[in-house]
Structure formats: structure tokens, C-alpha cells
Design a protein around this ligand. Structure first.
Ligand code: NAD
Ligand code: IPM
Ligand code: MN
Length: 355
């Protein structure tokens, strides 16, 4: 029988709570299907591990993960450990080490999901964000000079390579062509006179290869405004690492909240495992209370199923999320309900089983 090897990093805060539901749902899918199974390996890496071992993962951590078909990650970050250490040594290490240069984040208002925007029809919020995920503002290059002295200076470089820009923009054009929708590039060439001018130039170059795909180009400040005022302008969107990070939290806010926002970190060439995770963080303000919404994690599980070749099950999970949102009987507090995290996972399984 087909077996998918999944490395599970539940991580910190609400990570373990939401991942437990994701694993529950994936196991139920495999059991009902009968044609494939999951072999989950759980890695106890994260901030507690760091406080005990002085590292976020063991030295051979990446080699251990490399054996998996995919990584399923909850969230990383806890108050006792500096964020730049916990994130750089675990989440960003995996994204970069496995060259997961595509971060695919749907910003879609599902049926029944709440939306804070006035005068916007639900179907008008339906975007696919293609966020550059390997370089740009997150290249990790820079320096800290004269630390602690009056003339202290820090420099954080943005690194935009031709290969890096071309591959993400080309990937986004392929998505737009497949979806038969427009592609919008979001940049900031008026102020970032090297990186974003280069980005815009490469977007124009690559667009020559895709005459069938309508294109638009926005500055990031105007794009933020239009995402709120007129979101239907955006269909497939390609943008840099930092802009994509910020705009997809904004996207989450207009499409049901952080509890519904999913993301896939893809190495399209499949040379390395890809990683699936909700886009929210460890939410220390609600951790350990069974208040976290696991539906973002279920949506990322759906992305994982599609990536592993089970499109029918991926679609079924989205339908079930919409049923749950529409019925409004089993919802966590962020969506106005009183259900526990595990109740929502149980409800997904109940619907999968049709009982
Ligand atoms: P956050 O996403 O953890 O939380 C922002 C707000 O959204 C909080 O009020 C939280 O309660 C709420 N929220 C988030 N997920 C929710 C869910 N599933 N259900 C209900 N409510 C939810 O962002 P933050 O507070 O800025 O960051 C907290 C920590 O997480 C920091 O250490 C940060 O670096 C880290 N972080 C990690 C990831 C990741 O691992 N992918 C992503 C973002 C932030
Ligand atoms: C996300 C997160 C990460 C990012 C952080 C935790 C490094 O905010 O996945 O959106 O900025 O990519
Ligand atoms: Mn983010």
C-alpha cells in the first residue's frame, strides 16, 4: 500500500493543539480511503527543546527530515526564546535548507466565513498568493557594527537574485495560466531603487513568455489599500518574501481570520520535502487552552493531500470546512463559538465518515 512519510513538528504554543487535529484528520482520510496510509514521525523540536538542549533541532535534524515526503508544522516561537533564534534555527532553516522557494497561500473567503469588509460579495475574495520564500528581505545578510557604541550601525540587506526572481515569477505565471486568471505583481520600485526595480524588470521580461495571462502591477502601499477596498482586483498574486508575509496576514483578516489561513512551502522540483503549515504563529495569548482554531491546519492538510496526489480528498476537506463554517454549530471562540480545538477536529472527522 502507498505510504506517505510525514515529519511532524508540532512546535510551540498552540502548535501541538492544532497539529493534533491535523494528524487526526489525515489519519481519518487514509482510513476511509483504504488505498494509502500515513507514517507520521513526530519531532519534539521547538523552544522547549532549545531550552533543554541549546539548539532548536539536533545537528543532523535536516538529514532526519530529508527522509520524509513532506513536513507538517504547527508553529514556532515562545516568550522565553528570542524570536530571531527560534525562527531562524527551525522554520526558516527548513524553508531555506530544502529550497522551498514557493510559499503558496490561498486568500479565499470560504462559504460561511466571516468578513469584516462592507459591500464585498464573498466570491470577490479569491486570491492565490505566491510569495517568494527563499531570499529577498529574508536573506539573512547584513552586519551589526560598533555594537553598543554611540556610532552603532546595523545593515540588513535585501538579496534579489536573477534566478530567485525569475523562478518565483515564472511559477506564478504557471499558476495563473492553469487557473485561467490574471497575475498581479506587488512591489515597490519607487522607493526600493535596486531590488524592486529589478523585480519589476524581471516581471516584465517573464510576462513576454505568457501572452495569454493578463497582468497587473501595484505598489505595495496601494495594493494594501485595494485589498481592503476592492479585493476582486487580485486573482493570482506574486510578491517578495516580506511583502508576502505582511499581505497574507492582511489577507487572513479579510478572509475569516488567522484561524483559517493556510500555507504551503513548496520545493516544486521535489528535490527536497515540502512543508505545510498554518500561517499563524504560536499564539501565546491563547496557548494551552484548547481555544485555537485548527481549521487553518486542516486547510494546510488539504494542501498536503493535493501535493501528495489526493486532489479529491483535498477538495473534500475544503467542502467540510465550508459546511462547518456555514452550520456554525462547532466553532472556536475566534469565530464566535464555544467549541474546543479538539471538538472541531472531531467534527471534521465525523463529516468525513458521514455519520
Ligand atoms: P500569532 O499568529 O501567533 O497571533 C496573532 C493573533 O492571532 C493572536 O491574537 C492569536 O491568538 C490569534 N491567532 C493566531 N492563530 C490562531 C488560531 N489558530 N485560532 C485562533 N486565534 C489565533 O502572531 P504573533 O502573536 O505575532 O506571534 C506569536 C509567536 O509566533 C511569535 O514568537 C512569532 O515569532 C511566532 N510566529 C510563528 C509563525 C510560524 O511558526 N509559522 C508564524 C507567525 C508568528
Ligand atoms: C509566516 C511567519 C514567518 C515569516 C516568521 C515566523 C519568520 O510570520 O510564516 O508568515 O515571516 O515568514
Ligand atoms: Mn507571517
Amino acid at each position: 500500500m502507498l505510504e506517505h512519510k510525514i515529519a511532524v513538528i508540532a512546535g510551540d504554543g498552540i502548535g501541538p493543539e492544532v497539529i493534533a487535529e491535523g494528524v487526526k484528520v489525515l489519519n481519518a482520510v487514509a482510513e476511509i480511503d483504504g488505498g494509502f496510509s500515513f507514517d507520521f514521525t513526530h519531532y519534539p523540536w521547538g523552544c522547549e527543546y532549545y531550552l533543554e538542549n541549546g539548539a532548536m533541532m539536533p545537528q543532523d535534524g535536516m538529514e532526519q527530515l530529508a527522509k520524509a515526503d513532506a513536513v507538517f508544522l504547527g508553529a514556532v516561537g515562545a516568550p522565553g526564546v528570542p524570536d530571531h533564534i527560534s525562527l531562524w534555527d527551525l522554520l526558516l532553516k527548513i524553508r531555506k535548507g530544502f529550497d522551498q522557494y514557493v510559499n503558496l497561500r490561498p486568500v479565499k473567503l470560504l462559504k460561511g466565513a466571516p468578513c469584516p469588509l462592507a459591500d464585498v460579495a464573498p466570491e470577490e475574495i479569491n486570491m492565490t498568493f505566491v510569495r517568494e520564500n527563499s531570499e529577498g528581505e529574508y536573506a539573512g545578510s547584513g552586519s551589526w557594527l560598533y555594537k553598543g557604541k554611540p556610532n552603532e550601525v546595523v545593515i540588513q540587506d535585501g538579496v534579489f537574485s536573477r534566478v530567485g526572481c525569475e523562478r518565483i515569477i515564472r511559477y506564478a505565471f504557471e499558476v495563473a495560466r492553469e487557473q485561467k486568471r490574471s497575475l498581479t505583481s506587488i512591489s515597490k520600485g519607487n522607493a526600493l531603487n535596486y531590488s524592486m526595480v529589478f523585480w519589476d524588470q524581471i516581471f516584465a521580461e517573464v510576462s513576454e513568455e505568457y501572452p495569454d495571462v493578463p497582468t497587473h502591477s501595484y505598489l505595495v502601499d496601494a495594493a494594501s489599500m485595494f485589498m481592503v477596498k476592492d479585493p476582486k482586483r487580485f486573482e493570482v498574486v506574486v510578491t517578495s518574501n516580506l511583502f508576502g508575509d505582511i499581505l497574507t496576514d492582511l489577507g487572513a483578516a479579510i478572509a475569516g481570520g488567522m484561524g483559517l489561513a493556510a500555507g504551503a512551502n513548496l520545493n516544486p522540483e521535489k528535490k527536497f520535502p515540502s512543508m505545510f503549515e498554518p500561517i499563524h504563529g504560536s499564539a501565546p495569548d491563547i496557548a494551552g487552552e484548547q481555544k485555537a482554531n485548527p481549521l487553518a491546519t486542516v486547510w494546510s492538510a488539504s494542501q498536503m493531500l493535493e501535493f501528495l496526489g489526493h486532489k479529491d480528498w483535498a477538495d473534500r476537506l475544503i467542502e467540510i470546512i465550508e459546511e462547518i463554517l456555514t452550520e456554525k454549530c462547532v466553532l472556536t471562540p475566534d469565530l464566535g463559538g464555544t467549541a474546543k480545538t479538539s471538538d472541531v477536529g472531531d467534527e471534521v472527522v465525523r463529516k468525513l465518515k458521514g455519520v
